[in-house]
Design a protein around this ligand. Sequence first.
Ligand SMILES: NC(=O)c1ccc[n+]([C@@H]2O[C@H](COP(=O)([O-])OP(=O)(O)OC[C@H]3O[C@@H](n4cnc5c(N)ncnc54)[C@H](O)[C@@H]3O)[C@@H](O)[C@H]2O)c1
Length: 347
Amino acid sequence: MLIKKHYLRKTLLNFQDKSCMNEYKLKKILITGGLGFLGSNLAVRLVEEGAAVTILDSLDDRYGGNTVNIDRIKNQVRLIIGDVCNKSILQPLVADADIIFHFAAQVSYIDSLKIPLEDLDKNALSTLLMLEICRALNHRPLILFASSRMVLGYVSNKMFSENDYPKPLSLYGVHKLLSENYLHLYYREFKIPFIVMRLTNPYGPRQQIKHSKYSLVGWFIRMAMNQETIRIFGEGTQLRDYIYSEDIVEGFFRIGKCEKAIGKIVNIGSGKGTAFRDMVSTVLEVVGNGQMEFVPWPNNYENLETGDAIADISLIRDLTGFSPRFSLHEGTARTYEYYKKHLSDYI
Ligand SMILES: NC(=O)c1ccc[n+]([C@@H]2O[C@H](COP(=O)([O-])OP(=O)(O)OC[C@H]3O[C@@H](n4cnc5c(N)ncnc54)[C@H](O)[C@@H]3O)[C@@H](O)[C@H]2O)c1
């Protein structure tokens, strides 16, 4: 028992020593879901920093995986096409990683009730499998998990903190929360380090714009480019926290090398609230095309409405100095520029 404790402490100290160097250079980093929007933007950044990046992605066409997303770095990453729920694929990749960004997911909270078991597999059991592999191998990479504000459900005070009581309204939220709990438990029992990142509403280049099930800013840019009418449910006054991709990647980047964040839940968002209809107005203004129309809420959507939701980002700011740089207008303009050039790769 003494030996085990000593070994665990040494492993953690080793990890912390390395992270104190504030470097990703030469670290072996696995990004599950790394061909998708957030994973690919992070992969580009980590490769620039000299990390050895491996991407595992199933390229499931319902989600945002796209090989074009890693065009710039395709010769500098190891790409494995496969399912994160497949143990024989995942095990050697986990065994080889110093840090894992676990982003592979069933990303649509709307679909989660239609495909509950698949959602459970991807949003929860994949995390348990990863942890079990670590435990069995006695291996302790840092696992950074992409969770969501959707674990909280209805937000009564507009601004949500990491300490709010979670009461998810969708199976997506239930299963993300289950993953969070697995991570807490395996940290407590087996000292496998983790950081839960609760994300708000990210947007930016490399996001899927094939459908409107998630990531609406990109979808609306596409609609405006096609001169279509964007329908807003209700009055569109609900506040959301939109964060530009470069800002959220900066958040991942900083928190991933912050040893004080280990074992914690950390919100990553802009910390600012924008009314849904103002987001749509911004898109229309930037694209200079399209129009909006207000329509009643469809029944099934209103049940999932979470109220105003703005992330309290004081924890990540205090831990890492993180401060988002891009306004919604700037971020939308950059995103529009991207899709003007690359639209055919995303539709
Ligand atoms: N986009 C958002 O609005 C948002 C908000 C909060 C949290 N998140 C979380 O952030 C993470 C990344 O989301 P994103 O916006 O980049 O979505 P995305 O759809 O662009 O990327 C998800 C990636 O996961 C891959 N994937 C899906 N199932 C897989 C499987 N079984 N095995 C391997 N790969 C698989 C997909 O092919 C895709 O490339 C997800 O965990 C998501 O739940 C996203």
